[in-house]
Design a protein around this ligand. Structure first.
Ligand code: CP
Length: 313
């Protein structure tokens, strides 16, 4: 292990605006210049994914390797946590072998905080029930790369107020000048606690608004963002839930109604084509979804470098 102190990235609410800005700009620079230095040579990164993942797990693995680290992975049933060892004891032990543990869990941020209780182990939230912080870093990197700056941009996030929406709300609260409108069907909103936290983080200056009908959107917007309605592939309890999302699909008509010629489309993926987005939009000229997927890896590398090597401007 090196001498620099370990830092966790468990919730964006733990970051200062300058720290989030650093991570976003670092991800952009990794996307532009490649990941050339190897500041994590000799370091060990664990990936503990209790839920399925295509992008986040692979991008952390790829990012860690490009930074020079070695990677070990744990599936949902491979640690003694499943047989009753405590979270704190697990963290204490893993901290003796690993520099960082990247965790995707079925629980909330507080469960990941308990894993982050060891001074010797940096813990990264790779998606909890309530927040997807590294996704938001990739999202802001994609927008920064496209527009040069986030200042003055209006981002419209449409669909279920899931962990990606919550992370965007916190990220927007830490990013002066970025306006975020969350358009979520009634009953599927970003939790009020998260919006209150966003307001608190920005001393009430956050440009974050939640609305429940498309008619309330004040366009044109610079970017339209959506996410799978069946978050983590789980359908809703109400068998008729799909009807609640009528008018929320991102199709050509939606982009024409709320966007302009420069408006871009983002999707955190995976997509259910034909449900929350049409093929025409996802594969069309406005779509940055695939570049956004690339920035999952540059964001992962920026986060690992910051957590383990202590990188900061
Ligand atoms: N966007 C995202 O988190 O994708 P995965 O679930 O595939 O990691």
């Amino acid at each position: 292990k090196g001498n620099s102190p370990m830092r966790n990235l468990i919730s964006l609410a733990d970051l200062t605006p300058a720290e989030l800005d650093h991570l976003v700009r670092r991800a952009v620079s990794f996307g532009r210049d490649g990941i050339v230095p190897k500041p994590l040579a000799g370091r060990q990164i664990g990936l503990y994914f209790r839920k399925s993942s295509t992008r986040t797990r692979t991008s952390f693995w790829s990012g860690a390797t490009r930074l020079g680290a070695d990677v070990i992975t744990f599936g949902p049933n491979e640690l003694q946590l499943t047989t009753g060892e405590t979270v704190e004891d697990t963290a204490r032990v893993l901290g003796q072998y690993l520099d960082a543990l990247v965790v995707r869990t079925n629980g909330d941020v507080e469960e990941i905080r308990r894993l982050g209780s060891s001074q010797d182990l940096a813990v990264v939230n790779a998606l909890s029930l309530d927040e997807h912080p590294t996704q938001a870093i990739a999202d802001l990197a994609t927008l920064t790369e496209q527009f040069g700056s986030l200042d003055g941009l209006h981002l419209l996030a449409v669909g279920e107020g899931n962990s990606s929406g919550a992370a965007l709300a916190l990220a927007a609260a830490l990013t002066p000048g970025l306006r975020l409108t969350l358009l979520c069907p009634q009953g599927y909103e970003v939790p009020k606690d998260t919006l209150d936290l966003a307001a608190e983080l920005s001393d009430g200056k956050a440009l974050v608004t939640q609305i429940v009908t498309p008619g309330e959107v004040e366009g044109p917007v610079d970017a339209v963002y959506t996410s799978r309605w069946q978050t983590m592939g789980v359908s809703k309890e109400n068998p008729d839930w799909l009807g609640d999302f009528d008018g929320f699909q991102i199709n050509r008509g939606f982009l024409e109604r709320f966007g302009g010629p420069q408006t871009v489309f983002l999707h955190d993926l995976p997509a259910v084509r034909g449900e929350e987005v049409t093929d025409e939009v996802l594969d069309g000229p406005a779509s940055l979804a695939w570049r956004q997927a690339h920035h999952k890896m540059t964001a992962a590398a920026a986060v690992l470098e910051w957590c383990v090597a202590g990188a900061q401007d």
